[in-house]
Design a protein around this ligand. Sequence first.
Ligand SMILES: [Ca+2]
Ligand SMILES: [Ca+2]
Length: 461
Amino acid sequence: MSELGKRLGTGLVILSGFVVCNPAMVRAQTVPKPSLAIPSPLASSPTVAEQNALQNLTSAQQENIQTYIRPQLLQAIENNTAATGTFRSWQSILANPGGGATAHINSSAQGVTVQFINSAGSQFTVTPTFREYHPAGSNTASVTAGASRAGSLLRPTCCHPIPPPPQDLDGDGLTDSQSDGEGGLEYALAMEFMPEYFISTGEQQQFASYGNYVPWTVTGLLGTNPPTSRIHVTPLGLGTDQNGNQVYAIRADFLSLWNADGGLVGGGAACFYSYFGLDNVIQQVSGHYLDAERSVMLLAAPPVNGGVNPDATAYRLYSIYTAAHEGTFFDQSEYLDFSTPVAAGNHILLTQSVSKHSTYAFNPDFYPITPAWFIASTNASIEAAYLDGDIDDATYLALLAAANDTFYGCLVERFGNQGGQIPSQATNVGEVDHPIFLQGYIQDNSSAALNLASKLTNPVF
Ligand SMILES: [Ca+2]
Ligand SMILES: [Ca+2]
């Protein structure tokens, strides 16, 4: 039995007292697929000539690939230690939500729109500015357990007196009762903006309950219907919007905490990791115990008495971060900035790819997870080796087939649409320095816990 299997075996314990009630109706609508930018001469599927060349590669031709293609791409992977994309502070997004010239996208997705559903059940389309940002060296980051438990970096730093709230259980200055009826702003905000989740057909992993302690440990399995949501809501402070008006900003994390990551399923095509140096990083998308997936929203409303606006319906959504293979070489996390902020009561449609649970605002079936810049680098390496005469015609054709198979048929997400649901309840985990509602595992910042504590305390805006 694999290590994962052993650990899952021990995780199959009694269902705890976690309350699941009123499963929302599954909605059968679909989410759109993006078109893909595929660099020429790579095509969406290899030609017959390319396939034949790949099948008939001689050992000498394979040796040439190892000599002229692989080393350059290994170097490209090694050089990928600088931050990519554009980091925008929450103040910057509030002041200029669309982002203008500072925003750009590095992924393969093109022409993506986003779907929302309103409280009347009507779906509508919004066109955001897509943006990527991956911190420097994130794919090699390893945080020591407990290293950042001293306190949240996101505690309010400013100065506006908030009346002592009777129900601020996590001590962050926002009321946070678990039930809407008790008037907690954190919970009310989360329910106003709760995403509609599309869980894939064929999903083998489950949402789970976890022990109120470190290390983060599965204590019960909760299935996938309805999707289990945990929330983390934190004040950011006062900013200025695009019209010069003051607004009060809040960050809301929507956590999808799974019992395990089942590893990349792939698209069924052959994988030629070694040709392209990817054998050095492919383990970053293999399966593991526990899985911490999320989206994070930047919300803001006109301030009341110079501080927090206690009315959840007054907030608007300025930006959302969707995490996918976060912190790995294959990071496909994206920001969607809304030039016209989206009002409360509207719910974005989000998918979770099968087995990996990567979060997207579109249908990710067969979506390539290799960074677009690396696919372009591979294409350029093949072209250069061919034009330099380092590889012959047959090797060139074979490499096009191998690259196509690897990037568009192997290293891809899978997702089967079975409709979506808006979770009708959620559990507020509190803050890392003050967990609430028995969610103490959020203090686990070990690599085995996928640096969960840091995910909640590191700024994403
Ligand atoms: Ca609070
Ligand atoms: Ca909180």
